[in-house]
Ligand binder design. Structure first.
Ligand SMILES: *Cc1c(COP(=O)(O)O)cnc(C)c1O
Length: 399
């Protein structure tokens, strides 16, 4: 499968009014260098072949599409299909962009790869990719997330990366981003900041999307082969938005395919405890780019919350903001309660334990399927597996 650029963003890194490089001039130069290196390196046959081979033999791509027949029958509406990114090596979609970023860092002669992590999934995937490629890795993680995501923390240590606990602010993803960024600024010439989603300054939203777009390219071809037509609806959870764009990109031109991104409504959209950025946010700048934000009157990011650590981010990828404005993608949300229900239902009806992040998309699809006829279909991007969440859920539900 060839690796191509999708048509957006423009040369300044904007998707409509969103994205760009809201960074100091010296960093702008570095970002431009990364963009240039990316454009050159990623189009060489050597890079593409290396990535293709790793995707196949290391990650285990293509990930299958599975017809969740028992779940569909139980709901009694549209047929539900899962794109099984949970079966990837390291258990989620994040390995797709981590391999791409680690390879690029190596090609650029960088000495250390740096990143933040929320649920620990990006950290594990990046530590894995760096071990494979043979480059130093340093991960910043909020103290609250460290306590919640213990197995991932241990994995990162075993994989040989340096783990930096972040104890400031809300001690979650947003503060980890700030902390990792400060370290990066100490030597941006030799360090590579591997952003974990389709966020941050240009070229990251585009680069991460391109590396993830393998999901949708596979899914579109697999679905056509299986069913002889495209799904009526595709859906994915949206934190920063990388697994969603990974699936959506290949379907954007298919006007008959309804596309839905699902945000975390937490304890309810009428409370302060959610991270529904596109649903309730307003335009602003955050972490080097312009996007919808959950912010106070002075433009400071608000504390956000989700039961899924990987979704609690106050901003969102610029391309999602654009896709919302042009109404190509519909953004909905699912609460913690719906997420837990979907988590348990998929586990007990199909024997598949989803990540809490992915369970948001499952929850929405279960709701939507009910209102659709049984000859229609919904394809869910099952972005990751729930091994990391089982203790938390068992505790929560008193199992
Ligand atoms: C990190 C993570 C997400 C959220 O990140 P996106 O960039 O929005 O995809 C979703 N699902 C899983 C399993 C994750 O690990």
């Amino acid at each position: 499968m060839s690796f191509e650029f999708a048509p957006m963003p423009d040369e300044r890194g904007y998707f409509g009014e969103y994205g760009g490089q809201i960074v100091p001039p010296e960093l702008k130069q570095i970002m431009d260098e990364i963009n240039e290196a990316y454009e050159q390196v990623s189009q060489t046959e050597a890079f593409q072949q290396e990535l293709r081979l790793l995707n196949a033999d290391y990650t285990g791509r293509p990930s299958p599409i599975y017809h969740a027949k028992r779940l569909s029958d139980q709901i009694g509406g549209a047929q539900i299909f899962l794109k099984r990114e949970d079966l990837n090596h390291t258990g989620a979609h994040k390995i797709n962009h981590c391999l791409g970023e680690a390879l690029l860092a190596k090609h650029m002669g960088k000495t250390k790869v740096l990143a933040e992590t929320g649920a620990g999934q990006h950290g594990v995937a990046l530590a894995t990719a760096c071990a494979l490629v043979g480059i130093k890795c340093e991960i910043h993680m909020g103290q609250i997330d460290i306590e919640k995501e213990h197995p991932n923390v241990t994995k990162m240590k075993i994989l040989g990366c340096k783990l930096v606990p972040v104890t400031r602010g809300t001690k979650t993803l947003k503060d980890a981003v700030d902390s990792a960024f400060e370290e990066y600024l100490k030597d941006p010439v030799n360090f590579f900041y591997a952003i974990g989603s389709v966020v941050g300054p240009h070229p990251f939203p585009r680069m991460v999307r391109d590396f993830q777009s393998v999901i949708g390219k596979e899914a579109r071809a697999q679905f056509l082969e299986k069913k002889g037509k495209l799904p009526d609806m595709i859906t994915a959870c949206v934190g920063g938005g990388s697994n969603a764009l990974g699936l959506f990109t290949a379907f954007l031109e298919d006007r008959d395919v309804k596309i839905v991104g699902v945000e975390p409504a937490g304890k309810g959209l009428d409370t302060a405890d959610h991270a529904a950025t596109l649903t309730l946010g307003s335009k602003g700048a955050l972490h080097g780019f312009e996007c919808y934000n959950l912010q106070d009157d002075e433009g400071n990011p608000l504390p956000v919350y989700s039961i899924a650590s990987g979704l609690d981010y106050p901003g969102v990828g610029p391309q999602h903001c654009y896709l919302k404005d042009i109404k190509r993608v519909d953004y909905q949300s699912a609460t913690d309660e719906e997420c837990l229900d979907a988590f348990m239902t998929l586990s007990r009806v199909e024997g598949i334990i989803p990540a809490l992040e992915s369970a948001h998309a499952v929850a929405y699809a279960m709701r939507a399927a009910k209102a659709m006829p049984s000859d229609q279909s919904i394809l869910i991007n099952l972005s990751g597996r729930g091994d990391k969440d089982v203790d938390f859920v068992a505790n929560k539900l008193g199992l």
